[in-house]
Design a protein. Structure first.
Length: 279
C-alpha cells in the first residue's frame, strides 16, 4: 500500500502514523507462515506444547523465508523512509521479531527510543534522522497487548492503542513516547516485527550490520542476496547500479559466495554505461 505525503504529514505532526491493512492478504499470509516456522508458534500450538517454543527462534533479519524478508524491505515502506529522512541515501538499521501470548507479563512503562538507539549529540524531535516501524501480523483486539503511542505534546493518558487488523504497521519517531500494554485477553497471540531505517550519513544514529556476528544465518543471508533487488541491497550498504564497485570480478565473487545472486542488472547497467561513453 502506497503511503501518501498527506499521511506522512500526519506522522510528522503527531510523531506516529498507524496504517491499517498495509500488507496485502498474500503478504500477510506469507509473513505469518514464516513467523510461525522460524520464530514462534501460534497460540494454540504454543499451549499444546506446554508453553514451549520448538521453532528455531531466529529473531533477526534476514531469514531463510521470502515472506519475512520482503516486509522488512517492502518498497512502499522504503519509499516512506526516503521521504521522512529526506534522502534516498538510507540504510536498514533494524529488523527483528517479537511475540506476546495471553497469560504472560508484557507491559512496559512509557519511554522514547532515542537514548538507547543513537550515539550522537542531543537533537530536537523534528530532526528526522531515524524511522521506526512496528508491524502487527495478526489481528490485535482490545486486551491483546496493543502498543500505545502518545501524540506529540500530549500526556501519556492520551496514548492511542494500536488496535488493528493483521497486516497493519505503525511508523513512529524515536522521540515518540510509547509503551507496551498487558495481555489481558484470555487467549491469543500478537506476532510482531520491528523495522528501522536511518540516514547513510548518520550511521551513529542507530543500526545493526546484519553480518553473521549480529545473528544473521548463512541460509537467511543467502536467500536475501538471491532475491533482493539492487535497491534493496543498497539498504545493507552496497552501492547503487552503475557504481564502479560493480566490476565483473566483484560480481563473479558475489555469485560464487551467494548461490542464486543475479549479476544481470549490474552487467546490463555496465553495458549501458559503456554504450553511453562510446556515443
Amino acid at each position: 500500500m502506497h503511503i501518501t505525503d498527506a499521511q506522512l504529514a500526519i506522522y510528522k505532526e503527531q510523531g506516529f502514523l498507524i496504517i491499517k491493512n498495509f500488507l496485502s492478504d498474500d503478504e500477510k499470509q506469507a509473513v505469518l507462515d514464516g513467523f510461525f516456522t522460524f520464530f514462534a508458534p501460534p497460540y494454540n500450538q504454543y499451549i499444546a506444547q506446554g508453553r514451549k517454543n520448538n521453532t528455531p527462534r531466529q529473531v533477526l533479519f534476514p531469514w531463510d523465508h521470502s515472506g519475512l524478508n520482503h516486509v522488512v524491505v517492502h518498497p512502499d515502506l522504503v519509499s516512506a523512509a526516503e521521504r521522512i529522512l529526506d534522502t534516498r541515501e538510507i540504510r536498514l538499521c533494524e529488523g527483528h521479531l517479537g511475540v506476546k501470548y495471553a497469560g504472560e507479563e508484557h507491559s512496559t512503562g512509557f519511554h522514547i527510543d532515542y537514548g538507547n538507539n543513537t550515539l550522537g549529540p542531543h537533537v530536537e524531535r523534528d530532526d528526522f534522522m531515524n524511522l521506526s516501524c512496528f508491524y502487527c501480523f495478526d489481528d490485535v483486539d482490545e486486551g491483546m497487548a496493543p502498543i500505545r503511542m502518545v501524540p506529540n505534546n500530549e500526556p501519556d493518558e492520551k496514548a492511542v492503542p494500536m488496535i488493528v487488523p493483521g497486516g497493519s504497521v505503525c511508523l513512529y519517531s524515536i522521540f515518540t513516547r510509547h509503551a507496551a500494554s498487558e495481555f489481558t485477553a484470555s487467549t491469543g497471540h500478537r506476532p510482531a516485527m520491528w523495522v528501522g531505517f536511518t540516514r547513510k550519513d548518520r550511521v551513529w544514529d542507530g543500526g545493526r550490520s546484519f553480518t553473521y556476528k549480529s545473528g544473521a544465518t548463512i541460509s537467511g543471508m543467502g536467500r536475501f542476496m538471491a532475491e533482493a533487488t539492487p535497491r534493496q541491497l543498497e539498504l545493507l550498504g552496497f552501492p547503487p547500479l552503475g557504481d564502479a564497485l560493480w566490476t565483473k570480478e566483484f560480481l563473479e565473487g558475489m555469485s560464487k559466495r551467494y548461490s542464486g545472486f543475479s549479476p544481470e542488472p549490474y552487467l546490463a547497467k555496465m553495458e549501458d554505461n559503456n554504450d553511453r561513453r562510446r556515443d
